[in-house]
Design a protein around this ligand. Structure first.
Ligand code: ADP
Length: 905
């Protein structure tokens, strides 16, 4: 191909592609894309004399993988290459790449297949196949051209498919919408007849005026609710008529300022009663308006009642102003406001923002603002909103003086159903406008009737409930969960009857709070909800409510359920009081916990034992009265293990070390079991404890005394005996011991610091040992300075004195142990001294003195070096002597020699 030919071919291809883009872009159906696209390609018979466009069928569609959509094979009039084109297309789909295939005869020399992938897809949905009269597959200009052609087909197909899908969706939505409107219209229409049949006879009865007061009041309430229901039905009906284009303004001459002033006069008192300021600015307008009065009223009333509903404090302003060739009505409030992201949404029908705790009511169907918008537009105007959360809102209605003319030809087309101010006020009255609107609790002597707390945000319903129930109950009324909680805490009711949907804390939240409060926890709570269905009631009961009733409820059913729940709760609390009283009266310490170990109750005896009170809780294992795991790991593990055994076996007994709050160790004997209740399984763990601290100490002391006494018996030297006595008595009675040994003609005294002369002892102790002390501290149970160990038989003067650190009482048990030890000590001294000759005795005594002198010196060193008391130093010497199996005097000698500690010397 020459340069010039090449340039011509490129120009031709560009031209074809431009036309292809146009044809594909303008096509409105897939079929048009295929047909017109192929027609454009056919114009390039320089490159290809035959063109096929094939659609790829979904796999599984039989064995044909592609079907011909459009073909224009000029050079293949007999379609002999159609099959080849088909086969090549399938090969291109399989490889995902363009494929070429040489031909022989019949004018065409090559087939070239270009797969077409639609935007957003991964596999080809079409294949473009061309047949050329010269081999072109090696020409980059040609393959690029066909690739672009393929992209254009793909874009055309993809775009149309998307469009079709969107159309289908919006069609479905429109149909749904129309169906909903038709349904609403039907339902509302059907509802009006029975409503009218209730309202008319009711009015009739009420107008006679000969009813007893109670019946009159009840029926008046029924009437006001019928009026409200009728208004809701009317609103729905109006709305569906607007949707169906069957509402049009009835245009008459209107005095707009006068209409607004009438509305202000009627609505003002309700606003003021709610504690809000009502500012009004209504000047005369320069021109008379020609509009629809019902529509105008409906718009303004909707906005005013919304302003009142969503404004907890501050003011509401209604203003009128001429603007250009029309006028503006603005309703401004200082209420809860609307976030920018929600401002468009609230004008859509049935759209409500999540319940706001500061709103005066949660009632409403979410059609008020949609109505305002539709009606304003029907009058040729529009609505604007400026609002900020927590600051307030301004809704502005801009209207022309004359509503656009409409043909009122169609049948059934008329204005909105008139709703006067009175109708709106009836709605507003049912909201919580503040103190005046809350039903006062009927006055009745409290005390004899159970106290019922009714929680309901609809003032009508709570007034009704408190009226009808006040024959059986003393009724308190709260408007929401938070108020109810505060009331119940200041005066505990016998039951709570609560609405579920309420501003602030709702019914479920209230149940949760009640169950979490230890003083309210067992109160029966009955929920009252407008949501029917098993799911709703299970949700209520799962939250811990005792019962769940659905509105509308049957009064006698409500009464029966209230009564049975209150009775059950009373039984439960009687059981609980009995249990509490019994537990309290028990002399032994009692602890009750649930199976997780959380303590639910313990009595005074237990409080005395461990020093903790219930109010210091909650208590869960490890309890603070268990031994400290850091300082006493063994004792801690022992009780922890026992607790595990208790849960496994259901019973447990034993004596355990505990820690009093003051840190002192106490011992308790446990008797514990898991209580099982029929139907409720393992219900509680009951432990009774006896304080055995004294028994325990006495037992330990007796064991120690027996051991010391055995050591006395086995000792064969005086030296040994004195060591055992000084140390043993110190440990046993917890004080510094002074031991006096008397043999024939000799009396020697020893302390932990070594042998001492009698006149070297403190005078008081010397007097005790000499038996000349006249102090009478033997008053039973009184605190004394120390304990004297005197053997029963007056065998010489062998005796001992243990001086307490602090004066304390000596138990009878201690005294017995002391007497026994004094006896065995004296006997042992006698035995050692009487064995052998007098000289030996003398030597024996001297050896004892000598060795205790050594010991005393060693003790002195240890006292100085380690800041120990002499007894502690003596003990450490003795322990080391036992551990290392070295005689105590030898060890003392080593300490003196080496200056090392007893363990190392
Ligand atoms: P309804 O009041 O019955 O819920 P509307 O269509 O009148 O329905 O209002 C739609 C929503 O717009 C309301 O649920 C409320 O969340 C919000 N709204 C309307 N008016 C105000 C206002 N003055 N201040 C704050 N929020 C408002």
């Amino acid at each position: 191909m020459s340069e010039a030919e090449r340039a011509d071919a490129a120009a031709l291809r560009l031209g074809i592609l431009a036309r292809l883009a146009d044809a594909v872009g303008l096509a409105e159906t897939l079929e048009q894309v295929a047909r017109r696209g192929v027609a454009v390609l056919r114009q390039n018979d320089a490159d290809h004399a035959a063109v096929w466009l094939l659609e790829v069928l979904q796999p599984g569609y039989g064995d044909t993988a592609a079907t011909v959509l459009a073909d224009a094979p000029v050079a293949d009039p007999d379609h002999v290459h159609g099959l080849d084109a088909h086969a090549l297309a399938i090969a291109a789909v399989a490889s995902g790449r363009p494929e070429a295939h040489p031909l022989t005869g019949h004018g065409l020399v090559e087939l070239y297949a270009q797969p077409v992938v639609e935007p957003g897809q991964t596999s080809p949905s079409l294949v473009l196949v061309v047949g050329s009269t010269q081999p072109l597959s090696g020409d980059a200009g040609f393959t690029d051209y066909l690739e672009v052609a393929g992209v254009l087909f793909g874009a055309g197909y993809g775009g149309l498919r998307e469009l079709a899908q969107e159309r289908q969706q919006s069609e479905t939505l429109r149909e749904l919408d129309a169906a909903k409107s038709a349904f609403l219209a039907n339902v509302s229409h059907e509802l009006r007849t029975p409503l009218a049949l209730i309202a008319a006879p009711l009015d009739d009865v009420l107008q006679r005026g000969d009813l007893p007061t109670l019946a009159g009041d009840r029926l008046a309430m029924v009437r006001s609710q019928v009026v409200r229901l009728t208004r809701m039905v009317d609103a729905m009906l109006d709305f569906s008529r607007i949707e169906a284009g069957r509402i049009a303004p009835t245009v008459v001459e209107l005095d707009v300022p006068a209409i607004l002033r009438t509305i202000v006069a009627a609505f003002g008192p309700a606003i003021e009663r709610a504690g809000l300021r009502f500012d009004v600015e209504i000047p005369e307008l320069p021109r008379t308006a020609f509009l629809d009065q019902d529509m105008l009223e409906r718009i303004v009333l909707n906005l005013l009642s919304n302003a009142l509903k969503y404004t907890p404090r501050g003011s509401i302003t209604l203003s009128l102003a001429p603007v250009g060739d029309g006028f503006e009505i603005a309703v401004t409030d200082t209420g809860i406001g609307i976030a920018v992201r929600d401002q468009e949404r609230i004008f859509a029908r049935f759209e409500q923002l999540p319940r706001h705790s500061r709103a005066r009511s949660t009632e409403g169907a979410g059609i008020g603002l949609a109505m305002v918008k539709e009606l304003s537009e029907l009058l040729g105007g529009r609505v604007d909103l400026r609002s900020a959360p927590a600051r307030g809102s301004t809704f502005t209605i801009r209207l022309p003086y004359r509503a656009p003319a409409v043909a009122l030809a169609a049948e059934g087309v008329r204005s909105v159903t008139p709703r006067g101010v009175a109708a709106f006020l009836a709605d507003v009255e049912s909201w919580d406008l503040g103190p005046a609107a809350v039903a006062p609790a009927p006055v009745a002597a409290p005390g004899d009737r159970p106290l019922l707390l009714v929680v309901e945000d609809s003032a009508d319903l709570s007034r009704y409930l408190s009226e009808v129930l006040s024959d059986t109950y003393e009724v308190m009324v709260a408007a929401d969960g938070l108020q109810a909680l505060a009331m119940a805490r200041s005066r505990r009711p016998d039951a709570i009857l609560s609405d579920v949907m309420m501003p602030g804390l709702d019914g479920f939240g209230l149940v949760g709070e009640v169950r979490a409060d230890p003083h309210l926890r067992d109160l029966p709570v009955l929920l009252l909800s407008a949501r029917a269905g098993l799911e709703a009631s299970t949700a209520g009961l799962a939250q811990g409510a005792d019962d769940y009733l659905v509105k509308p409820f049957d009064l006698s059913d409500l009464r029966a359920r209230l009564a049975s729940n209150i009775r059950r709760a009373a039984d439960r609390s009687a059981d609980a009081s009995w249990r509490r009283a019994i537990v309290r009266s028990l002399h032994e310490a009692v602890v009750i916990s649930d199976t997780s170990g959380l303590i639910t109750e313990f009595n005074d005896a237990f409080r005395r034992l461990v020093g903790w009170s219930m109010s210091d809780g909650p208590f869960s294992p490890p309890y603070p009265w268990w031994p400290d795991p850091a300082t006493d790991p063994e004792a801690f593990e022992r009780i922890e293990e026992a607790n595990r055994v208790l849960l496994d076996d259901g019973v447990m007994e034993g004596e355990f070390q505990l820690r009093h709050r003051s840190g002192r160790t106490v011992w308790a004997s446990y008797n514990a079991s898991v209580v099982e209740l029929p139907g409720r399984g393992r219900a509680a763990v009951l432990k009774t404890l006896r304080d055995v601290t004294r028994d325990h100490a006495a037992r330990v002391r007796r064991q120690d005394a027996a051991r010391i006494s055995a050591e006395f018996t086995n000792a064969d030297s005086l030296e040994q005996l004195v060591g055992i006595a000084v140390d043993g008595l110190h440990a046993l009675f917890d004080g510094d011991s002074t031991v006096q040994v008397a043999g024939p003609g000799v009396v020697q005294t020893f302390t932990a610091t070594g042998p001492v002369e009698l006149d070297g002892l403190p005078a008081a102790i010397a007097a005790r040992l000499a038996g000349t002390d006249g102090t009478d501290d033997s008053e039973p149970g009184g605190a004394v300075q120390g304990i004297l160990l005197v053997p029963p038989s007056t065998l010489g003067g062998t005796r001992a004195w243990v001086q307490f650190g602090e004066p304390r009482a000596v138990s009878a048990d201690e005294q017995i142990v002391a007497d026994m030890l004094a006896g065995s000590f004296a006997l042992a001294v006698d035995r050692v001294l009487t064995v052998g000759e007098l000289a030996d005795k003398q030597a024996n005594l001297e050896r004892a003195i000598e060795s205790h002198r050594l010991i005393g010196q060693a003790v002195g060193i240890l006292v100085e070096r380690h800041r120990l008391t002499p007894s502690q130093a003596f003990q450490s010497l003795r322990r080391a002597s036992q551990d290392r199996n070295i005689r105590i005097r030898d060890l003392a000698a080593r300490v003196l020699e080496t200056g090392l500690d007893p363990d190392a010397a």
